[in-house]
Design a protein around this ligand. Structure first.
Ligand SMILES: Nc1ncnc2c1ncn2[C@@H]1O[C@H](COP(=O)(O)OP(=O)(O)OP(=O)(O)O)[C@@H](O)[C@H]1O
Length: 557
């Protein structure tokens, strides 16, 4: 990921790096000039002053230029990463998204991408200070090559120590990054579970002490440990530097004609070098954190493969028939080592028909709906649309057949539907139809408010499904939150209206009072179809809620 970003912006990065190297070189030059000026003769001082001023201006301009360039690079990297992750999320197979979980995705979008962007902020610091330190070493080599050799030995020792520390620290930063993904899901529970946490003091305390706080603590502990190892290795490097200075000043520089020049030169360079060296040692850990975050983003985005061909056309295909043939799906529950198997299912749908899908909780109704609308590809069996098999090449197009309201539907704050000429007028007409005109309006393609009751929000979701106006409507327990009056409207007016418009309709429902209104009733138990009947439902068939309708009703699957 980091390599990809570096590759993407290699021209700007090279430009900014050149400016940084130039800045570092000018800074060292400045120190060398100060050192020379201390011992220079009077006639040379005028020219030296002019060169000094020019160098100081170059230092300032290159510093500002490099800092701006790298800030831009950092912000661009952050934005690009977020776009990249968002696009991968949008294209990913739905089932994979479910198993990755929203917390890890949020963590990648919010925290990890910011840390990766920080690399671009720490990179110039590393580069700039590395250039200054290298320049200082070169200047020392020019003053005395023996001392320079000693400096190389010191740098070598420092590097080995630093590398060993690095390996240890990265392990802890990795643990912290893993825990942080989990922490994001706890942050969500803070708001999603706000009611439950307020209503139960014990739950609130246990959640805070045992779950949230302990996770925050793990992230804090592991990060602190990782960073402390880095800082300790920085201290080791600093100690080596002072030992080196001591040796040079008190043991290595022998008496001679250049003694004063060498001593003042070294003293100045050392004092000057300590700042950049410290900045260097502090910036490297930040770059390492960016590396850990980049790996985390890689891991998450690589898990989001998509096998499907994405289509651009917004129009839905025509619907003559849909047939599920031996369709099968399995959920594996790792913790309990259990498998839920749905199917094999054989079922067909046609336009102008209302199908009710009924069954107990956990019998597999929603899973079947997800298979039907193409959110899950069948593990076995196939879906046939108008006589053609649905596969990776056309599943995205197939999904455009469906307008759905799932029980865990999401309302966007604006209407994103395309192709409706007068969205506001049509939206407001439908709001009136669903008795919502006094609560909410559509203005400039957005709802005036989403602060509504659950039943009202579901009606809004229905407005959106109507606006999509696709050939197949799927309602997953839509009426569960509606009052009795509107239940009547839904089952006795809206559904027949949609049927009259030639729509195929699948209604997942527990409302046994209305089962007789279906053209077909399908019952599920433990992932299998136990009943599938076409033809008018007799009252006696549907009154016995919760149990299977009598077998005499129609064909049995
Ligand atoms: N995302 C998932 N990951 C793993 N298992 C799942 C997932 N969704 C559902 N299941 C499992 O599949 C089974 C069927 O779930 P499904 O949601 O299809 O039932 P349902 O008939 O719609 O239930 P309800 O009437 O309660 O909505 C459940 O037992 C559940 O354990």
């Amino acid at each position: 990921m980091l390599k990809y970003l570096i590759n993407q912006s290699r021209v700007s990065l090279a430009g900014a790096s050149l400016v940084t190297v130039f800045h570092g070189a000018c800074s060292v030059l400045l120190v060398a000039q100060i050192s020379s000026a201390l011992t220079a003769a009077e006639p040379e001082r005028g020219t030296m002053a002019l060169i000094f001023i020019a160098t100081a201006i170059a230092v300032m301009l290159s510093y500002v230029g490099a800092a701006i360039l790298f800030e831009r690079l950092g912000q661009r990297a952050n934005a690009e990463l977020r776009r990249f992750v968002a696009q991968r999320v949008l294209a990913a197979d739905y089932r994979q998204l479910e198993s990755i979980g929203s917390a890890r995705i949020q963590s990648a979008l919010a925290e990890h991408s910011t840390r990766v962007a920080e690399f671009f902020v720490s990179f110039p610091v590393i580069l700039m200070n590395a250039v200054i330190v290298a320049g200082c070493l070169l200047y020392m080599a020019w003053l005395s090559w023996q001392v320079f050799l000693l400096a190389l030995v010191v740098v070598g020792l420092g590097s080995v120590g630093y590398h060993l520390a690095h390996l240890r620290a990265i392990r802890h930063l990795d643990i912290a990054a893993n825990e942080q993904d989990q922490l994001f899901s706890y942050f969500r529970s803070l708001t999603d579970g706000a009611k439950e946490l307020r209503l139960n003091r014990h739950k609130r305390k246990a959640f805070y002490d045992e779950v949230l706080s302990s996770s925050i603590e793990t992230v804090r502990r592991e990060r602190t440990f990782g960073m402390s190892v880095f800082v300790a290795s920085g201290g080791w490097a600093q100690f080596l530097l002072y030992a080196f200075i001591g040796m040079v000043l008190f043991a290595l520089v022998s008496d001679g004609p250049d003694r004063v020049l060498i001593m003042t030169g070294y003293a100045l360079v050392f004092v000057y070098m300590i700042g950049p060296l410290e900045a260097l040692l502090l910036s490297i850990p930040r770059a390492n954190m960016a590396q850990v975050s980049a790996e985390r983003i890689d891991e998450i985005t690589q898990a989001m493969v998509t096998s499907e061909v994405q289509t651009d056309g917004s129009s839905s295909p025509a619907l003559q028939s849909i047939a599920l043939q031996g369709v099968l799906h399995r959920y594996y529950h790792e913790q309990s080592d259990e498998l839920f198997t749905l199917g094999p299912i054989d079922l067909d749908f046609r336009p102008g028909e209302i199908t009710f899908l009924v069954g107990g909780n956990g019998s597999g109704k929603t899973t079947l709906a997800k298979l039907l609308v193409g959110l899950y590809p069948p593990e076995e069996g196939r879906i046939v649309l108008n006589g053609s098999v649905v596969d990776e090449s056309n599943r995205d197009r197939y999904r455009q057949l469906f307008s759905t309201v799932f029980s865990d539907f999401h309302l966007f704050d604006r209407l994103l539907e395309v192709g409706t000429a007068d969205l506001d007028r049509e939206g407001n007409r439908l709001l009136a139809k669903l008795h919502l005109q006094n609560k909410v309006k559509v203005q400039n393609g957005a709802f005036s408010t989403l602060a509504l009751s659950q039943g009202q929000r579901k009606r809004l979701a229905l407005v959106i499904a109507y606006l999509e106006n696709r050939p197949f409507f799927l309602f997953d327990e839509w009426a569960a939150d509606q009052d009795p009056v509107f239940k009547e409207v839904f089952y006795r007016e809206l559904l027949p209206e949609l049927r009259a418009m030639g729509k195929a309709i699948l209604v997942i429902s527990h409302d046994d009072r209305y089962f007789h209104l279906a053209d077909r009733l399908v019952r599920m138990e433990s992932g299998c179809l136990t009943f599938n009947s076409r033809g008018p439902m007799k009252d006696s068939a549907t009154k016995n809620s919760g149990t299977a309708p009598p077998l005499a009703l129609g064909s049995i699957v």
